[in-house]
Design a binder for this molecule. Structure first.
Ligand code: SF4
Length: 370
C-alpha cells in the first residue's frame, strides 16, 4: 500500500484546467465551509482567490488561534554534513559543486549541541546532504543518542530511508522526519534532479508511507516553491496529505513552504512566487486543515516573517545556520543556501511576544501522543 497508485490516477493537466477555471463564487463558497476538501482547496489556491486575501487571512488567524492558542514553537536546524551524492539544479551541496565537504565528528556534534542549547532551543532538525555510504544509517545511529541527550524533540531531513531504518532510528529517539517531494511534476522533477538516488521519483514519493508504517510521530511534507507551478504542486501535496492522514492516522503532519533561495552554482529558470501569493498559500493551507503544523523558515525576510507569524504559522526557526559546524565553529563550511532572516533566537522570541504570542521551546512529548 502506498500513495503511488493514487498519484498515478491524478492527471496534472486536468488539475491545471480545473484550478485555473475556479471563480469568485467558488472561493466564497469555500470560505464559508466547515471542512474543505482537496477540491475546495483548489479554489483557495486559484488566481480567483487573490482578491480575497483579507478574508483568507482573517479566517486563517481565527482557525489557528482556536486550535493552537497563542503559541509559536521554536526549532533550529543542525547541519551534520554537507556531503551529497546527488546533483540537484538548485542546491549548493550538489556533488558537482567544488566545495569543502565536512561531516561532523562526535566531538563536533557535541560542541554544536552545546552551542544550540545555549541559545535556548529544545527542538532540533538534523540536516544532511544525501550520502548513503558516508552519512547513512550507521552514522545516524551513532549521532542520534549523542544529540538526544541534549534535546527533547529530534526531527530529521536526510535521504529517504527504508521502513526498517526508520524503525531503528525511532528506537534511538527520532520523533519527526521531513521529506519534501520538491515537485509532483515528474518531468520537472527529472529536469532538476540530475544524478544520484534522488532521481528516483517514486522512491521519494513513497517515503511518507514508510514513515507512517514505522510509526514516526510527525511527518513533514512540502514542495519546493519555484521548481514548477506552486498552485498545482500544492494541490498534489494536499492529496498526498489526505491520503496519509487516512492511512497513518496515528502520525501528526507538518508542512513547510520553502521558496528557492540563492546558492552556489545557483539556478536561473525558477518559477517565482510573490510575497502576496505566499500569504495566500499559507492561509489556504490553514483553512484546508486547521490541525496541520505550518512551519516558516529563515529563508524569508524579517519583514515578511513578522507579518506572517499570526496568520497560520505554528512553528519557526530562528538564528539558523545552514552549514555543518555553523553554531560552534569559527570556520564553518559552505552553506546550503543563504538565509534572509538573520535575527537570533532571543530577538525572535521578543518579536513573537510583541505579537501577543508565546514562544514554546519544547514540542509535544511523543509519549503523550501514543
Ligand atoms: S537538495 Fe539535498 S539531495 Fe539535492 S544536492 Fe542538495 S543536499 Fe543533495
Amino acid at each position: 500500500m502506498s500513495f503511488l497508485p493514487e498519484f498515478e490516477k491524478l492527471d496534472r493537466e486536468e488539475v491545471r484546467m480545473r484550478l485555473y477555471s475556479c471563480n469568485a463564487d467558488d472561493v466564497e463558497r469555500v470560505l464559508n465551509k466547515k471542512r474543505p476538501g482537496p477540491e475546495d482547496f483548489m479554489a483557495l489556491l486559484s488566481p480567483a482567490a487573490e482578491p480575497y486575501l483579507e478574508e483568507l487571512a482573517q479566517r486563517a488567524y481565527t482557525l489557528t488561534r482556536q486550535r493552537f492558542g497563542h503559541t509559536m514553537q521554536f526549532f533550529v536546524p543542525l547541519y551534520l554534513s554537507n556531503l551529497c551524492a546527488n546533483d540537484c539544479s538548485y542546491c549548493g551541496f550538489s556533488m558537482s559543486n567544488k566545495l569543502r565537504r565536512k561531516t561532523l565528528t562526535p566531538d563536533e556534534i557535541e560542541q554544536e549541541c552545546l552551542a544550540i542549547k545555549a541559545r535556548g532551543f529544545d527542538s532540533v532538525l538534523l540536516v544532511t546532504g544525501e550520502h548513503e555510504s558516508r552519512v547513512g544509517l550507521d552514522y545516524f545511529c551513532n549521532a542520534l543518542p549523542l544529540i538526544k541527550r541534549h534535546f527533547s524533540y529530534l526531527a530529521m531531513e536526510v535521504q529517504p530511508l527504508s521502513e526498517q531504518d526508520y524503525r531503528r532510528l525511532r528506537s534511538l529517539g527520532l520523533d519527526a522526519v521531513l521529506v519534501y517531494q520538491e515537485t509532483y511534476n515528474k518531468t520537472s522533477y527529472a529536469r532538476h534532479h540530475l544524478k544520484g538516488k534522488k532521481t528516483d521519483f517514486n522512491w521519494r514519493l513513497q517515503t511518507p508511507d514508510r514513515l507512517g508504517k514505522a510509526g514516526i510521530d510527525k511527518i513533514g511534507l512540502g514542495a519546493l516553491i519555484g521548481l514548477d507551478d506552486w498552485r498545482i504542486d500544492s494541490f498534489f501535496t494536499a492529496c498526498h496529505l489526505r491520503y496519509l492522514q487516512k492511512a497513518y492516522w496515528r502520525s501528526r503532519y507538518s508542512l513547510s513552504f520553502p521558496r528557492l533561495r540563492p546558492c552556489a552554482g545557483g539556478l536561473s529558470d525558477i518559477r517565482p512566487m510573490s510575497d502576496k501569493q505566499l500569504v495566500q498559500l499559507i492561509c489556504a493551507w490553514r483553512i484546508f486543515d486547521s490541525e496541520l503544523e505550518l512551519s516558516l523558515s529563515t529563508r524569508e525576510s524579517p519583514f515578511l516573517r513578522d507579518h506572517l507569524l499570526p496568520l497560520g504559522i505554528t512553528s519557526i526557526s530562528a538564528g539558523s545556520s545552514t552549514q555543518p559546524g555553523g553554531y560552534a565553529s569559527e570556520n564553518p563550511s559552505l552553506e546550503q543556501f543563504a538565509t534572509d532572516d538573520k535575527r537570533c533566537a532571543a530577538t525572535m522570541a521578543e518579536v513573537v511576544r510583541a505579537k501577543g504570542l508565546q514562544p514554546v521551546w519544547t514540542d509535544w512529548h511523543p509519549g503523550f501522543c501514543r
